[in-house]
Design a protein around this ligand. Structure first.
Ligand SMILES: [Zn+2]
Length: 78
């Protein structure tokens, strides 16, 4: 059986370049929710100053989440 090979498919996170098992992450192509939020935050915020390699802290994530939610909720309302 070659199903195991599929499950061990290893990719690099598009954000932090860490390797992770593709089918292990529900946030693929990111390794984690954090990386997903960083990436979304970058395209959404544009100039938002998270272009550093530093990991986000909870506060940063909350800011990004709030902004994303506001954008999503704002769409289609008018
Ligand atoms: Zn990552």
């Amino acid at each position: 059986m070659s199903d195991n090979k599929k499950k061990n498919f290893e990719v690099k996170c598009v954000n932090c370049q860490e390797k992770f098992l593709y089918y292990d992450s529900e946030f693929r192509p990111f390794c984690s929710e954090r990386c997903k939020l960083v990436d979304l935050g970058q395209w959404f915020q544009g100039g938002y100053s998270i272009a550093t390699k530093e990991p986000l802290n909870e506060e940063d994530i909350n800011v990004i989440e709030k902004a994303l939610i506001e954008k999503l909720e704002g769409e289609g309302d008018e």
